[in-house]
Design a protein around this ligand. Structure first.
Ligand code: ATP
Length: 272
């Protein structure tokens, strides 16, 4: 398991315009972007930026996307790894992966480090889940805490973590100087869904007016997260292609919703 790295000057980089809705979350992260663009300014003023922020919300709501967009806006590299990738059967591997990730980050600062599914490593200690105690996970978590404490806030590293279970995280992670900011990312309301449809409809060749399609589909898909909406749009285009149409029609979108809902139902059965 190696971290995903996106270079600061990547051509297809993600920016805030790719992230629909989430206006409150965007406001909260702007400060980090400003800091990454110009750490010196903050240094000269004696202002200390928080080292990390937790992005909390249900799956597929755009946490990873927002973190990537922050790096795109600031033009800095993005290093990401999933919490579950740290943990292996072999003792010491998780901690050494955490060390490697941060040593790369230090060499490339200013930059963003994103840890998806932080709950996989960051569950409260002593509540060992189904395996009883889990030393390997605890070692990994301890290493993460050591790394977070180890860099100066002015180094220019912003550590973000995504989770949908902020409630089970070890309080040590949430202490000042670690992930002391929490940014909530909820599922979109109808207006948010409409905006997300706009982003994902834009590359498609539509039979109808984009505003109408977006409005209609937003009304038809309550409870959908951004990832589900991206899926609907792509499925609709695939369905249209299969019947050799030149444009994607409302009927294709409706058929796509059926499919995506089927997928969501299957997923939730596995989870419960
Ligand atoms: P997970 O908790 O499962 O890791 P996540 O919250 O990190 O999910 P992302 O990986 O950011 O979700 O979202 C998956 C995809 O869904 C994005 O790549 C994007 O295509 C789409 N998407 C999600 N939210 C939005 C949004 N607000 N605007 C536009 N697209 C979105």
């Amino acid at each position: 398991a190696r971290p995903t790295i996106i270079k600061g000057d990547a051509k297809d980089k993600v920016t805030f315009k790719d992230v629909a809705g989430l206006s409150e979350a965007k406001v909260e992260v702007v400060e980090f972007v400003e800091f990454l663009k110009n750490p010196e300014k903050f240094k000269n003023l004696g202002a200390k930026i928080p080292k990390g922020a937790l992005l909390c919300g249900p799956p597929g709501t755009g946490k990873t996307l927002l973190a990537k967009a922050m790096s795109g806006e600031a033009n800095v590299p993005f290093f990401s790894m999933s919490g579950s990738d740290f943990i292996e059967m072999f003792v010491g591997v998780g901690a050494s992966r955490v060390r490697d990730l941060f040593s790369q980050a230090r060499m490339n600062a200013p930059c963003i480090v994103f840890i998806d599914e932080i709950d996989a490593v960051g569950r409260a200690r002593g509540k060992g889940g189904f395996s009883g105690g889990n030393d390997e996970r605890e070692n990994t978590l301890n290493q993460l805490l050591v790394e977070m404490d180890g860099f100066n806030p002015l180094t220019g590293i912003v550590v973000l973590a995504g989770t949908n279970r902020a409630d089970i995280l070890d309080p040590a992670l949430l202490r000042p100087g670690r992930f002391d900011r929490q940014i909530t990312i909820d599922k979109p309301d109808i207006k948010g869904r409409c905006e997300i449809y706009h982003v994902h409809l834009k590359p498609l060749k539509l039979a109808d007016d984009i505003d109408e399609v977006a409005k209609r589909m937003a009304a038809l898909t309550p409870g959908f997260a951004g990832a589900d909406i991206a899926n609907v749009c792509n499925e609709a285009a695939l369905i249209a292609a299969r019947s050799n149409k030149e444009k994607v029609t409302i009927a294709d979108f409706e058929a796509a919703v059926e499919r995506v809902v089927g997928g969501i139902e299957k997923k939730s059965k596995i989870l419960t």
